[in-house]
Design a protein around this ligand. Structure first.
Ligand code: NAD
Length: 367
């Protein structure tokens, strides 16, 4: 889902000077007249391997908003793959439009032809608004696709593994903040109970946490209440609600000036990409407030680990053990953050960048 702060959307006429452009390798603008496809593919960095990242379909308010989203998301994928030790670079695609009304198999096939034109530099998968069925249509035009249904030999929906990874990250953050990973009786608010949020609610309920949920769709809330006994919080009451842990699993950029000033929690760990509206500023604000923040691209890497199994040919057991590693890495990042007095997001980025730089140097050395 895109970040919602319209004031941060830059002039669409600039690209190389765009505030979210960080030496991206390639940006591809795709338009197919016959199907109405309008998409942007962002390839941020391929030092560690082909750029793998999902395709998001969203009804963006403007092309500029779509561009900003793909620039931020593709960069985040570079960090996510690097810190997770995967042989992948960072990329992402966005399709502009309402997925419930405008998406068609023909449109997804047209998108697949653009992906194919990149000859494997970019490999796609699902993101918000896109499901495994869409990946089947994409797969009719290119082999550079993951997230194919399990019955067709793919790794299926990555969301449950993402939720498992977030659960690991939450426990690590709890262990760091309170000296104990137990979530028993901790009040945890899950914002957004879609594919990832729902599975996370199940894990938290099983861990005897007091689970609060918020969503813009009433049917999702009722389901969470009936199935897990979760307490519902109105969408505009989230940031003023007293809680131990805030878990953003819907939108990006929910951590901004206004929300951080209001938030009454000790720990933040969730699935949403790009939670910090402005990384530097808001990372420091959280630290100053004494809130333990588990970096988003670190704790939500389970889905990427899952789709990477289709390329690296590892099994479910390895998917789960690699996802469990998120817990140890998160704890280490939080410890180093406290030791060095630097926000955890910066530490996680530094670790990811170090891995990329050392690969770059060894490639340069072998030339
Ligand atoms: P989803 O579309 O299935 O679920 C998102 C939910 O958030 C929906 O139920 C939606 O109604 C709700 N929502 C939207 N706006 C909201 C608001 N203002 N307040 C509360 N709820 C709101 O998406 P998902 O696959 O569950 O992904 C959730 C987030 O995690 C996204 O940001 C996604 O990019 C990120 N993520 C997902 C995966 C994955 O494997 N699916 C992997 C990594 C990161």
């Amino acid at each position: 889902m895109p970040d919602t702060d319209a004031s941060l959307v830059a002039d669409p006429s600039v690209l190389f000077e765009h505030p979210e452009y960080h030496a991206h390798e390639q940006i591809v603008f795709c338009h197919d007249r016959a199907t109405g496809l309008k998409a942007i593919i962002g390839i941020h960095d391929t030092t560690l391997g082909p750029a793998l990242g999902g395709t998001r379909m969203w009804n963006y308010a403007s092309d500029a908003e779509a561009l900003r989203d793909v620039l931020r998301l593709s960069r985040g994928m570079t960090y996510k793959a690097a810190i997770s030790g995967l042989g992948l670079g960072g990329g992402k695609a966005v399709i502009i439009g309402d997925s419930r009304k405008e998406k068609s198999p023909e449109m997804m096939e047209a998108f697949g032809r653009y992906v194919d034109g990149l000859s494997g530099r970019y490999i796609t998968a699902e993101d918000v608004g896109i499901d495994p069925q869409d990946m089947i249509a994409v797969g009719r035009q290119t082999r550079h696709v993951t997230g194919i249904p399990e019955e067709m030999g793919g790794s299926g929906d990555p969301s449950p593994v993402t939720a498992y990874g977030v659960y690991q990250g939450i426990q690590a953050a709890a262990a760091f903040h309170w000296g104990n990973a137990s979530l028993k009786d901790k009040r945890i608010l899950v914002q957004g109970v879609g594919h990832v949020g729902e599975t996370l609610v199940r894990y938290l309920t099983e861990a005897d946490a007091e689970v609060l949920v918020s969503d813009i769709h009433a049917d999702r809330l009722e389901l969470m209440k009936d199935t897990y006994g979760a307490r519902i919080v109105e969408v505009d009451r989230v940031y003023e609600t007293p809680m131990d842990i805030y878990s953003p699993c819907a939108l990006g950029a929910t951590l901004n000036d206004a929300s951080i000033s209001s938030l009454r929690c000790s720990v933040i760990a969730g699935a949403a990409n790009n939670q910090l509206a402005e990384e530097e500023k808001h990372g420091h604000m959280l630290m100053k407030k004494g809130i333990t923040y588990a970096p988003d691209f670190l704790v939500n890497a389970g889905g990427l680990i899952n789709v990477y199994s289709e390329i690296a040919s590892y099994d479910r057991k390895e998917i789960m053990s690699r996802t469990e590693e998120i817990r140890r890495t998160t704890y280490e990042v939080l410890e180093r953050s406290a030791r060095e007095g630097v926000p955890a997001q910066n530490i996680a980025k530094k670790i990811a960048e170090e891995r990329i730089h050392s690969m770059r140097s060894s490639k340069a050395g072998s030339n």
